[in-house]
Design a protein around this ligand. Structure first.
Ligand code: GTP
Ligand code: MG
Ligand code: ZN
Length: 370
């Protein structure tokens, strides 16, 4: 096995990736990591340095036909080859170890959008001013748990608040089992705890609303102004969408991805909800009925916990809302789920017809369970 080229190693290339890449190497392609992705054009870091590449026509065509085909996102490992006329071309995207995926905004051609690929830690940044919103935090956690990366909650601008402990406790209760760190790019508080997640070959991503201080944190960690930052609006404390593209930069001896402030973060599926609502799920397992909807059924442990103040009614409502949303997206985006729902629906219709028959005449037809 060839030694890992140092230029690629600083971007996280490993021998394991080299094994996965072998078929592409055999085809004469070179490995690279996507460091910027903007409307079909990607910037790729290779062993020879950074280059701007376009997508191979075949890859684009396959992606048009099949939404499951991977198109390069920031953080992806790709196979690149030089083309005499078009310059460097991306031919394939390697399988992802993890991916932060949201439902694509409505103007998007594909149903889902990858915000960052191959990340080890997702820093969910929420500032301790008017941005502080526990329901939004649950949404971010659900997306992060679903991604395969480990979420860490960063409560930013800690230098601005008096009631830090109260807000930290609220965030910890909303993110059970997840590390919560209060940080400040101004005072340096919490930066060491953040640094512990950085390291050779490790990739972290910063996610959060505009103006919460994601780019400022990267700069504070780097000790130099790597990224542009700008003041938030005075009247409503909202950010100005200063960062406009997803970008991967080296940070210390690790790698980080800075992202533009998210206006929306809709779930792609419900896979991250069990971890996000671990406390609620644990209580729900002790409800008398396995399929309890916590809607007044006898022996409902969730209702009892809410009555005793051990669980908040808002958290249950938030869980349900995200669950409904995830189901809707799954149906819209996933043909298999859509088909399953359709089958269930036709089974139900059949049952209705049969019970009508039972009631109004024919009595020989048993009901299917559905
Ligand atoms: N007091 C205080 N201000 C901060 C802190 N971190 C960032 N800010 C300020 O908050 C504003 C927004 O910071 P950015 O780093 O640009 O925010 P961002 O999250 O990258 O915003 P987008 O790129 O728009 O998504 C700037 O004026 C920063 O100086 C902090 O820890 N304390
Ligand atoms: Mg920014
Ligand atoms: Zn129940």
């Amino acid at each position: 096995m060839n030694a890992v080229p140092p230029a690629l190693a600083t971007f996280g290339w490993s021998e394991a990736l080299a094994v996965a890449f072998q078929p592409h190497a055999d085809a004469g392609h070179q490995p690279g990591r996507v460091v910027v992705e903007e409307r079909g054009v990607v910037h790729v870091a290779t062993a020879d340095g950074e280059t701007v590449a376009t997508l191979a026509g075949r890859l684009r065509h396959e992606a048009d036909l099949d939404p499951e085909v991977r198109l390069p996102a920031v953080g992806d490992w790709v196979a690149v080859a030089g083309h005499p006329a078009d310059g460097p071309v991306v031919h394939a995207v390697l399988p992802r170890a993890s991916a932060i995926v949201r439902r694509a905004p409505s103007d998007h051609a594909r149903p889902t959008q990858v915000l960052a690929a191959n990340v080890d830690v997702a820093f969910l940044v929420m500032s301790l001013n008017r941005d502080f919103n526990l329901r939004r935090l649950e949404r971010y956690l659900a997306v992060a748990w679903e991604s395969g990366a480990t979420p860490v909650v960063l409560l930013s601008k800690a230098d601005l608040v008096d009631d830090l402990d109260g807000m930290r406790l609220a965030a910890e209760a909303t993110a059970p089992g997840t590390e919560v760190v209060a940080v400040s790019a101004v005072s340096g508080e919490g930066l060491d705890a953040v640094r512990r997640h950085l390291g050779p070959g490790r990739t972290v991503v910063f996610l959060g609303s505009s103006g919460v201080g994601k780019s400022s944190l990267v700069n504070a960690l780097a000790g130099e102004p790597l990224l542009v930052t700008a003041a938030i609006r005075e009247d409503d404390a909202r950010g100005r969408h200063t960062t406009t593209r997803r970008q991967l930069v080296r940070l210390g001896d690790g790698i980080c991805i800075d992202t533009p402030g998210l206006r929306e973060l809709a779930l792609v599926d419900g896979d991250g909800l069990a971890e996000t609502f671990d406390d609620l799920e644990a209580v729900a397992r002790t409800c008398r009925f396995g399929d309890c909807r916590h809607d007044g059924e006898p022996g409902c442990a969730v209702r009892a916990a809410i009555g005793e103040g051990r669980l908040s009614a808002e958290r249950l409502a938030a869980y349900r809302k995200l669950e409904r949303e995830a189901r809707r997206t799954e149906l819209a985006a996933n043909p298999v789920a859509r088909k399953a729902a359709r089958r269930k629906w036709s089974a139900m219709i059949k049952n209705v017809e049969r019970s009508m028959d039972l009631k109004y005449g024919r009595t020989d037809l048993p009901l299917d369970p559905w």
